[in-house]
Design a binder for this molecule. Structure first.
Ligand code: AMP
Ligand code: MG
Length: 268
């Protein structure tokens, strides 16, 4: 189901005109999707327990997407069964003055998961290209240079035992309008919105081109991008959960055998 969403190295995701509400050749209704999500959530817990017990490798899930794309919702639903102690979640905001005193990967490196854990990036090092690029402040040459650094960085991580999986939550401009309006209208959600979010919305097309360029430059064998149709939350949830299950299965974490003599022991 997720294979058509994976972008092959060097190819473009063609975001303009790409379906934001369905997975190609996979139809599912809401109740089936919720049932399938529940199964995957249990699988993720099981696999994460093994990863933690193994204590040798880690996984990094990078979530990108415009405001209201559903990054928080995807995290909450995919990992709802996992022991929070085994997760390492980081939401990246505009860099602080201290962070700006360093190179742009400094804060990212410090936020990576310890061995045995799943790290989740709600936004990431990709913002350091997307934001200036979307606003027209970074030349094509600098963009290519940074994507070169990022590919090398992610290569190093995978070589050293961190599996990297990247997800772009892809919503339509109309869906974003409705979700922003809901934030305005609902006092419980209003805190999530800033007026500046509307400035980025005005640059919608520029940001879509920046995402397009990002994926074409950085979907690699070792750290692939998936473009997830995210207009329907229940579909988004099951798809992200499936991506995580498949990534953990590919790692095949193994439980350590335990001390010699424990297996078969009868405890008095
Ligand atoms: P939110 O995720 O909605 O809480 O918003 C976080 C804000 O921080 C977004 O507007 C991001 O674009 C911004 N942000 C995150 N990382 C960076 C970065 N490296 N450079 C500039 N802005 C960033
Ligand atoms: Mg926001």
């Amino acid at each position: 189901m997720i294979d058509p969403l994976r972008i092959e190295p060097g190819s473009a995701p063609k975001l303009v005109g790409r379906d934001t509400s369905a997975v190609p050749e996979w139809s599912i209704d809401k109740s089936d999707a919720e049932r399938e999500l529940a199964e995957r959530v249990v699988q993720i817990d099981l696999l994460q327990n093994r990863l933690f017990a193994e204590n040798a490798r880690s996984m990094l899930l990078v979530l990108q997407g415009t405001d209201t794309a559903g990054k928080d919702g995807a995290i909450k639903n995919t990992f709802k069964q996992v022991n929070p102690a085994f997760l390492h979640v980081t939401a990246f905001k505009a860099p602080s003055s201290t962070e700006l005193e360093h190179d742009y990967l400094w804060r990212v490196h410090a936020a990576l998961p310890e061995r045995g854990r799943i790290g989740i990036f709600n936004r990431s090092h990709y913002e350091d290209v997307l934001v200036p690029r979307g606003r027209g402040l970074l030349s094509a040459g600098r963009v290519a240079q940074r994507y070169g650094h990022i590919n090398d960085f992610e290569r190093m991580l995978t070589d050293e035992g961190t599996s990297v999986v990247k997800v772009l939550l892809h919503i339509s401009k109309e869906e974003q309008r409705q979700r922003l309006q809901a934030r305005v209208d609902d006092p419980e959600k209003r805190w999530k919105m800033r007026l500046a979010d509307l400035d980025d919305r005005k640059l919608w097309d520029d940001f879509q081109s920046a995402y397009e360029e990002m994926i074409e430059a950085t979907s690699t064998e070792h750290a692939p991008w998936y473009v997830v149709p995210a207009d329907r939350k229940w579909l988004r949830n099951v798809v992200v959960a499936e991506i995580v299950v498949r990534a953990l299965e590919a790692m095949a974490p193994t439980i350590p055998p335990g001390d010699d003599g424990i297996a078969g022991l009868v405890v008095e």
